[in-house]
Design a protein around this ligand. Structure first.
Ligand code: NAI
Length: 597
């Protein structure tokens, strides 16, 4: 049986813990070893009055059972004071459950200013103030778990609750943002939309349901989400009666209603309405980047149909382009490099080829009759050609190398890479794009063996913080990633990276200390050194080759990837693959602990 989830040494603050759901959370955390701050203002369900009885009773109950708890009677809109109780009593704060709530139900036209304001103040502003007071402590200790309490009313709308619905959905927005901002400090924020019998629901739910929908059927989800072993972040769960479901956004494929040379009209919107609203093959965007990508893809399509007609756009483009006139087309100094069988084997080991998989022998033993170089080795020499300092010397571009991230990679092979050889690489700046906060350099690298073109790479290099110069966002030179099909994968392979994976991979030539030096990784905002994106890339390509090409390198043509999130050495990777004709779509995820359990 799985070991019990404990919270020994953790300090948990539950707001509105004097009754209902909050009380159930407080008792459950205390029972599993946490020190608990039981906050409750002690007023009625409409937010009138106050008192210490509610919080005191729960503290008493916890202590009677041998647990540790203190009371706090402040309103959540005195967030600093609430958190101070945790710091004074227990010296730290690890978990914040934003749960306090009241109701002021009225049909929309009858909502007074006061009804509106007090609901926003308790739910949205209260959660903001309590969480903000805890935030820096969590950041410093590089651990925090936060829960926001939304409601099905907020997600779907409910008659008579406009003030409450607005605040409750606002909490989801707040949570989504904290999940993004907190991630690198191991602060996770998730949202629940509970259903339980309490004084808030006693006038809404029938008596027998009130009894059946115990708060105890919600608390276990909250505990799991707040455990240190839970990797869930930025998610929304509906929960009640012992059932838990995860909710997410869905977006139709939509329709382009504008042509490059014509104005956009409401008639065109009307004509495309069915398609705009058709959820067949809908996508499930998860990050803001997914949303932006959809827009950029549309712009690409419109542009490739003949370009954008508006004068404004062409002005902006020419201004931006003129700033980089010297950059686009600039060639980095030519670069040649030899590699031996030792290099190809070291690379294969670096991307996880192993004796565990007998068919990998051809990549790691030069005496194999079919000894082969992994196709993705094609990025290695190309990368060396742009890492020699050339990036900092592109005319018209001032690139701060400390701000450079590898965003995407395209590799196309014209014939299998020789098992050893010498390649000459020519790198050229194909385009410069403006993605808002980042500038992107599209760097094309052609690699030749003698006169013969062996492979072509395109690196999308993000220079963080250098965007926003009014430049164009898309380029017909860009190799674009294709979305994964909207169906379960045809095949899934999992593979565990070793703790020394990055240490091994870097021997192939990427010496960035971010991947080996803990102090350097901390400075860059990571807990520990991260794996090279191109190492994960090698794992993924190996999986595809193994699954669909029987490791036959001659069947590899091209690969395009986008790097989404860091992987730490030792983590397990899971490659989901879909076959569509001769093309394999894939996405590689970190295999979460939850699944491993
Ligand atoms: P409850 O009324 O039993 O508990 C809420 C607690 O918050 C009360 O003890 C109250 O004194 C306290 N509180 C109110 N204003 C406060 C303030 N300014 N500062 C500190 N404490 C304050 O209600 P229940 O059902 O346990 O609700 C808990 C949370 O779950 C609320 O945010 C509610 O909106 C939400 N929720 C509950 C649902 C349910 O089915 N029970 C459905 C959807 C959401």
């Amino acid at each position: 049986m799985a070991s019990p989830l404990r919270f020994d040494g953790r300090v948990v603050l539950v707001t509105g813990a004097g009754g209902g759901l909050g009380r159930a959370y407080a008792l459950a955390f205390a029972e599993r070893g946490a020190s608990v701050v039981v906050n409750d203002l002690g007023g009625d369900f409409m937010g009138v009055g106050k008192g210490s009885l509610a919080a005191d009773k729960v503290v008493e109950e916890i202590r009677r059972k041998g647990g540790r708890a203190v009371a706090n009677y402040d309103s959540v809109d005195a967030g600093e004071k609430v958190v101070k109780t945790a710091l004074d009593a227990f010296g730290r704060i690890d978990v914040v459950i934003n749960n306090a709530g009241i109701l002021r139900d009225r049909s929309f036209g009858r909502i007074s200013d006061e009804d509106w304001d007090i609901i926003q103040r308790v739910h949205l502003r209260g959660s903001f103030l309590v969480t903000r007071a805890a935030w820096d402590h969590m950041k410093k200790q590089k651990f925090g778990r936060i829960i926001m309490t939304s409601s099905a009313s907020g997600i779907y709308g409910n008659f008579g609750q406009a003030n409450y619905c607005a605040a409750k959905l606002g909490l989801l927005g707040l949570s989504n943002c904290l999940a993004v901002e907190g991630e690198k400090s191991n602060i996770h924020c998730n949202t629940i939309a509970p259903t339980a019998g309490s004084r808030l629901t006693q006038n809404i739910l029938p008596d027998d349901l009130l009894e059946a929908l115990k708060p105890d059927y919600v608390a276990p989800l909250v505990l799991w989400l707040c455990h240190e072993s839970c990797e869930e972040n930025g998610s929304l769960f509906e929960v009640g009666a012992g059932w838990i479901g995860k909710s997410r956004w869905e977006r139709t494929l939509g329709a382009i209603v504008r042509q490059r040379t014509q104005p956009m009209t409401p008639e065109a919107v009307k004509a495309n309405w069915t398609k705009i609203c058709d959820f067949d093959n809908a996508t499930k965007p998860q990050r803001i980047q997914d949303s932006i990508d959809g827009i950029i893809e549309a712009l690409n399509k419109i542009d490739s149909d003949g370009g954008v007609s508006a004068n404004h756009t062409s002005n902006v483009t020419s201004t931006a382009t003129s700033g980089f006139a010297g950059a686009i087309g600039h060639k980095l100094p030519p670069f040649s490099s030899s590699y031996t069988e030792l290099d190809t084997i070291m690379y294969a080991l670096g991307v996880g080829a192993s004796l565990k998989e007998p068919k990998d022998l051809k990549f790691i033993y030069e005496g194999s009759s079919d000894f082969s170089c992994l196709p993705t080795f094609g990025v290695i020499l190309a990368q060396k050609s742009i890492m020699g300092g050339g990036l900092a010397e592109i005319p018209g571009l001032s690139v701060n190398l400390a701000k450079v991230l590898h965003g995407e990679q395209y590799l196309e092979l014209y014939k299998p890479l020789p098992r050893a050889g010498k390649l000459k690489c020519e790198a050229i700046v194909a385009d410069v794009l403006d993605k808002g906060s980042s500038l992107i350099i599209l760097m094309d690298v052609y690699s030749y063996s003698g006169e013969e073109l062996i492979c072509y790479n395109q690196f999308s290099i993000f220079v963080v913080g250098a965007g926003g110069f009014g430049g164009k966002r898309t380029s017909d030179k860009a190799k674009v990633a294709v979305a994964i099909p909207n169906r379960p994968p045809d095949a899934v392979l999992t593979d565990t990276t070793s703790l020394s994976q990055a240490a091994l991979y870097r021997l192939s030539g990427d010496w960035n200390p971010l991947h080996i030096d803990p102090d350097f990784a901390n400075l860059a905002g990571f807990d520990k050194p991260i794996l090279h994106g191109l190492c994960t890339f090698g794992f993924s390509a190996r999986h595809v080759l193994q699954q669909f090409a029987d490791n036959d390198v001659s069947r590899f043509k091209a690969i395009k990837v986008r790097f989404a999130k860091p992987v730490y050495p030792g983590q397990t990777l899971q490659t989901e693959m879909w076959k569509e004709g001769n093309r394999i779509h894939f996405q590689t995820k970190r295999f979460s602990k939850k699944q491993e359990d």
